[in-house]
Design a protein around this ligand. Structure first.
Ligand SMILES: [Zn+2]
Ligand SMILES: [Zn+2]
Length: 286
């Protein structure tokens, strides 16, 4: 039984065998939300979705318990690259992915802000904003949610201030928001494991980015310790983040409407996802 069925909770699910199959998998997990890739996350080629693929998916969702679908952008993109060629490639793929989202009635596309490589941080933030702004031109409503990063290598967006820097440079702010990943935040040095630290962090988040701009959370534990700047997702309760942090999030009424997605490691079947989701549901107190 899902307690608090109004709470949007789900998992990143596979689309093997067809996009619509993701809806089935979400239902098997007793979820009301899912995250998917619309194509192989490690390929630059993206053929537009056919009318049949779109119809099968929207029909499957209509007849299901899945209220919210979020798309995660391809991992290949680097919107912050100092190389113009690389940014243009990202812009083209990002545009196609945004168009796919609108054809599937998906409201949010989660995007990693990328790596600045040889450029300084300010330049990286500005390039990232420009790429996002350019890619938004052909679509009307889908929002790009910039995901906080662990700050591995030259990745930008590991601090609230850097995320704000990207946001500031974007002209059409109605089309952007944020996705908060608990593992990335912890690896980046943000500790939310005591009530005081938790409260302080979200106050800061609200002041800098605005809690109203937060639409999706990735609920992952971290293999690596606080401030390690290494991004390795762990099963909930089996990593370095104290379980209290997840309890605070699951019981925080400010986040009732925020879609919570697990991206925890997967074995062969869906058992791992079931276990992680059950654990999160069990933390809900009311
Ligand atoms: Zn991500
Ligand atoms: Zn994530």
């Amino acid at each position: 039984m899902i307690k608090h069925s109004s709470l949007l909770l789900g998992a990143h699910v596979s689309t093997a065998g067809g996009l619509y199959r993701a809806i089935d998998e979400g239902q098997k997990l007793e979820c009301n939300a899912i995250q998917i890739f619309t194509h192989s996350s490690r390929q630059w080629i993206f053929r537009p979705l056919t009318a049949d693929v779109i119809k099968d998916f929207t029909q499957a969702q209509k007849n299901s318990s899945i209220k919210m679908v979020v798309v995660h952008a391809s991992y290949l993109m680097n919107p912050a690259s100092p190389e113009i060629e690389s940014r243009k490639k990202t812009e083209t793929l990002l545009t196609l992915e945004l168009e796919a989202c609108e054809s599937l009635n998906v409201p949010y596309l989660v995007l990693h802000p990328g790596s600045r490589l040889t450029a300084d941080t300010e330049t990286g933030l500005r390039f990232c904003s420009e790429t996002i702004q350019n890619a938004l031109k052909t679509t009307k409503y889908v929002k790009i949610l910039i995901e906080n990063t662990a700050g591995q290598g030259s990745a930008i967006g590991s601090t609230l201030e850097e995320l704000k820097g990207i946001y500031n440079h974007i002209e059409d702010k109605r089309r952007v928001g944020f996705c908060f990943d608990t593992c990335h935040a912890f690896a980046a040095g943000y500790d939310i494991t005591s009530p005081f630290k938790y409260m302080n962090f979200w106050e800061k988040f609200d002041t800098i980015l605005g809690i109203d701009n937060l639409h999706v959370m990735h609920i992952n534990d971290s293999v690596k310790p606080l401030n390690s700047h290494v991004d390795r997702h762990a099963h909930i309760g089996q990593g370095k983040i104290a379980i209290d942090a997840f309890s605070f999030i699951m019981n925080d009424e400010r986040f009732n409407h925020v879609c919570k997605i697990i991206e925890t490691p997967k074995g062969d079947g869906i058992d791992d996802d079931i276990r992680n989701l059950e654990l999160l549901r069990s933390l809900i107190k009311k």
